[in-house]
Ligand binder design. Structure first.
Ligand SMILES: C[S@@+](CC[C@H](N)C(=O)[O-])C[C@H]1O[C@@H](n2cnc3c(N)ncnc32)[C@H](O)[C@@H]1O
Length: 313
């Protein structure tokens, strides 16, 4: 199969809206080359990516690379993407150089192109995520390693929303808890829950690619006795009550199923929600409070927010 690599030179400010546009255009597997990643200072070292090489990054601006299948609609798709990016100017977003280069790559090149950006990451007190192809020696006996092959699904573990979720799970999980992970992506949060002591985890995702990816990663981490992966829309048709639900999905999606999450939680159970951009914090907070949750803690990292909410029935 032939793939086209679309390389867009833009600004940091435009990264998120462009990634949204690319997602809407049907592209998945976005690589972001942002030189800020090389020098990023953090309050703690959680989420820090090790061993990055400056030669892989532009000197200025950000390069977004996305891979599209070569088919008869490719020309229209690329034109549509270019028009949509130009349209960001009307919202006052600086799109910088805005050069778009297209080159053809074969499947093997595409499958490995993004791997050089993905290194071992210490996520929380106990959890370190390492890609399957990296050799990593734990620093101490308490360190819990999650091996991941993200493929095309979301969830390398380095995104602030994922980091916040793992830190929240680590705080709240109790041995023998039953857990549901809504929007599992690569399965990273389900695997973390299992490794941190959960007895049973149901990992759900609407996207078939995510379900495949999570199934592989669950086996890779030898937690298949604990984690079952299923294709499912949010909590539809899910029955019973669990101790903890985690959902790293966009704010717009979270507010749609807060009531279902409450119905699926035991009295005193915990709902961890992430994927909330700062501007949507109040919308989600209101939805949680209106549905009878008590907000125990609000976690923030970069522009992202996560809530730890308790179900008091
Ligand atoms: C931001 S990713 C989170 C992945 C992973 N849990 C993490 O924390 O890194 C959101 C995931 O939610 C899934 N998703 C979006 N809408 C969904 C829905 N209605 N039902 C189930 N999953 C959904 C997407 O396919 C995607 O894999």
């Amino acid at each position: 199969m032939k793939w086209s690599e679309l390389s867009i030179h833009t600004t940091q400010e435009a990264v998120e809206p462009i990634c949204n546009l690319l997602h809407e255009a049907g592209a998945s597997g976005v690589v972001i080359e942002d030189p800020a990643d090389l020098v990023k200072e953090r309050e703690d070292h959680f989420g820090e990516i090790y061993q990055l090489s400056p030669t892989d990054y532009p000197e200025e601006g950000v390069i977004i690379k996305v891979y599209l299948q070569v088919n008869s609609f490719l020309g229209e798709t690329v034109d549509g993407i270019k028009d949509a990016i130009n349209g960001l100017l009307t919202y006052g977003i600086d799109i910088g150089h805005n050069t778009v280069k297209i080159s053809e790559v074969n499947e093997e090149e595409w499958a490995t192109a993004w791997k050089k950006y993905y290194k071992p990451v210490k996520i929380s007190k106990y959890i370190t995520i390492t890609p399957t192809w990296e050799e990593y020696v734990p620093e101490n006996n308490d360190e819990c390693i999650i091996e991941l092959d993200p493929g095309m699904a979301f969830g390398t573990g380095t995104h602030p929303t994922t980091v916040l979720c793992i830190q929240a799970i680590e705080k709240k999980i109790q041995a023998s808890d039953h857990v549901i992970d809504v929007g599992t992506g690569t399965g990273v949060l389900s695997i973390a829950a299992a490794k941190l002591g959960a007895e049973k985890v149901l990992a759900l995702d609407l996207d078939e690619v995510a379900v495949q990816s999570a199934t592989i990663n669950v086996k890779l981490n030898k937690v298949q006795e604990i984690v079952s992966v299923k294709q499912n829309n949010l909590l539809e048709q899910v029955t019973g009550e669990v101790d903890l639900i985690v959902a790293n999905i966009l704010a717009e999606v979270i507010v749609r199923f807060v009531d279902d999450a409450r119905a699926r939680l035991k009295n005193g159970g915990t709902f961890i929600t992430s994927g909330i951009i700062r501007g949507k914090k109040e919308e989600v907070q209101t939805a949680l409070l209106d549905n009878g949750f008590v907000i125990e803690e609000t976690l923030e990292m970069e522009d992202w927010v996560a809530f730890i909410a308790k179900n008091n029935k």
